[in-house]
Design a protein around this ligand. Structure first.
Ligand code: HC1
Ligand code: SF4
Length: 574
């Protein structure tokens, strides 16, 4: 520990702290713009300037380490003036159409202007004009809003190890772009949207699907059904001022009904079917000497990353489609037959915490009989926009349940899909019971829970030791697979999710500020909502879902059987 003074207040703080950390712990906020804890600590934006007694000029608090006897001043006239000038210069070359900006009221730049008392545009001058890159099926980049903080660059490069974007040029002409100025869609970008949730302003956002969904809802010839991913219920409330980690399953179902969807379903049903298929695939591969490790394929960002970086592992990917795609295929076949609705008139909307799902829904591998399994994907943020447009006061809505024939028997196994380790745990619950024929004494597999980047466990199933691993975030996936590739690790089953934390912190989820990210463990808080829901449900294993049993009895036959293969499986090739 070292002893320092901030604004005359005596503090004792760990010696590896920066001034920023020390000040925030003492309840003194120092503004930042480019700072993202552990990811982008570069002192580039100079918003966090402070005075240190004896130092030459002002210093950047986010990178300046504390030392014994240091005296820091965060609120002098000189500091306030310098920060304001930095902000005014940033605004001088910024597209200031705040009222119509996607981040209006959730913009760190806007908040800084308010906090620092910037009331005027001090420097009117030349403003750079950039073409908006909207060719990607998932991500839109608008450099006119970019503040060159490089948070997106750091996340893409350091956390995801994709490196699709970087800073280019110098001085006034500096911009964030991809190699040779290619559109994002022509790069190795995996559409994960982690750059969007890292962006403090409106320079990155998802490709809009709201218009298409409103149009479908207004079209009387369409039977519009919606399904919601497990992770959406753990975060949607944040868009309406509810605390992080609020579970809003019932309100969400009500809101979707009020929006006018003909049927409101839960992707959890698809997740349970995925477990039936993927679990059977695992059992078959283990018994018949098939390609191992089996690797989950429900995260489309991960699948694309695998195609680009680990094509030698494509045969390891489970051929099971992701849950919402399976559900789409079931809706346009089994459900269509059951209800007598022509599949061409069924319009399937998936509400997902994920931007890569927009890309996934357009893949040729995910169609059946000429129809895309899913017609439109809305992010959690987009659903919130629709709820606001419709004037629904979300926090005041009553709870309701999902519609049948798939709805009110969601299992806890399916709900936890949205947290890292959840797919693995759900699969283990089913595979154990199916293989041993015995009921598990404890359904929780705590070794695969938690936010550690890579988790490993050996699980005893009957007389077999099954070695499993879980990775979330593509940097961790890369590290794990390089070990497997080098023969340094050997597993039978691996879960990989493209986003750090899994779907609960997907690129389509509500965006929180860099400061909130320091204060709240977002991954853990949202995951807790899902684990709580799991615990509260009467059925916690996918194979016990009565609607899943009916689906196989009435229509699908055996898991991994002929019909299931046709509708629920696919194949990715490099
Ligand atoms: Fe996910 Fe999945 S868990 S991929 O993270 O397998 O997006 O929530 O919907 O499809 O069920 C996302 C979440 C989601 C699928 C499921
Ligand atoms: Fe990088 Fe993901 Fe953003 Fe693409 S979507 S640029 S891969 S962070």
């Amino acid at each position: 520990m070292v002893n320092i003074k901030i604004n005359g207040i005596d503090l004792s703080v760990p010696q590896n702290y920066t001034i920023l950390q020390a000040a925030r712990e003492a309840g003194i906020n120092i503004p930042t713009l480019c700072y993202l804890k552990d990811i982008n600590e570069i002192g580039a934006c100079r918003m966090c300037l402070v005075e240190v007694k004896g130092a030459k000029g002002l210093v950047t608090a986010c990178v300046y380490p504390v030392n014994e006897g240091m005296e820091v001043y965060t609120n002098t006239a000189k500091v306030r003036k310098a920060r304001k000038t930095v902000l005014e210069l940033t605004l001088s070359n910024h597209d200031r159409k705040c009222l119509t900006c996607v981040r209006n009221q959730n913009c760190e730049l806007q908040k800084l202007c308010d906090d620092l008392g910037v009331k005027d545009i001090a420097f009117e001058g030349e403003i750079s004009h950039h073409e908006i890159d909207s060719l990607s099926p998932s991500i839109v980049r608008d450099n006119n809003k970019c503040v060159l903080c490089r948070r997106c660059v750091a996340v893409c490069k350091k956390v995801q190890t994709v490196g699709a974007i970087d800073a280019q040029g110098r001085g006034f002409t500096t911009k964030i772009g991809s190699t040779f100025g290619m559109p994002l869609s022509a790069t190795d970008c995996v559409n994960c949207g982690q750059c969007i949730v890292a962006c403090p302003v409106g320079a990155l956002y998802e490709k809009d699907s709201v218009k298409d969904v409103w149009a479908a809802l207004a079209d009387d010839s369409k039977h519009v059904v919606v399904q919601t991913a497990p992770a959406v219920r753990a975060a949607l409330g944040e868009e309406f001022g509810m605390p992080i980690g609020s579970r809003v399953t019932g309100k969400m179902a009500t809101a979707l009904k009020y929006l006018g969807f003909d049927k409101v379903f839960d992707t959890d049903f698809g997740a349970d079917v995925t477990i039936m298929e993927e679990g059977t695939e695992l059992i078959n591969r283990i018994k018949e000497g098939g390609k191992l490790p089996l690797i989950t394929s429900c995260s489309p960002g991960w699948v694309k990353f695998c195609e680009h970086n680990f094509p030698d592992f494509l045969e390891n990917l489970s051929s099971a489609k992701s849950p919402h795609e399976m559900f789409g295929a079931i809706l346009k076949s089994y459900y269509a037959e059951k209800t007598g609705i022509d599949p061409k008139d069924i319009y399937v909307v998936s509400v997902m915490p994920c931007t890569a799902k927009k890309f996934e829904a357009q893949r040729d591998e995910l169609t059946n009989g000429g129809y895309a399994d899913v017609d439109a994907v809305l992010t959690t943020r987009e659903l919130a926009k629709m709820i606001k447009e419709a004037g629904l006061e979300f926090d005041k809505l009553p709870d309701s349940v999902f519609d049948n024939p798939f709805g009110d028997a969601a299992t806890g196994a399916a709900v936890i899909f949205g947290a890292t380790g959840g797919v693995m745990e759900a699969a283990l619950r089913t595979v154990s019971e199916v293989l041993t024929g015995k009921e598990l004494e404890k359904v929780e597999f705590s070794d695969v829970r938690g936010t550690e980047g890579i988790k490993e466990a050996t699980v005893q199933i009957g007389d077999m030791d099954v070695k499993v691993a879980v990775a979330h975030g593509l940097g961790n996936a890369r590290e794990l697979l390089e070990k497997v590739r080098a023969g340094e690790a050997d597993y039978q089953f691996i879960e990989i999710m493209g986003c750090p934390g899994g779907c609960v912190t997907g690129g389509g989820q509500p965006i929180v500020s860099s400061k909130t990210m320091c204060e709240v463990d977002l991954k853990a808080a949202r995951a807790k909502a899902l684990y709580d829901e799991d615990e509260s449900l009467p059925i916690r294993k996918s194979h016990e879902n009565p609607f899943v049993k009916t689906l196989y009895d009435e229509y699908m036959g055996e898991p991994c059987g002929h019909k299931a293969h046709e509708l629920l499986h696919t194949h990715y090739v490099a």
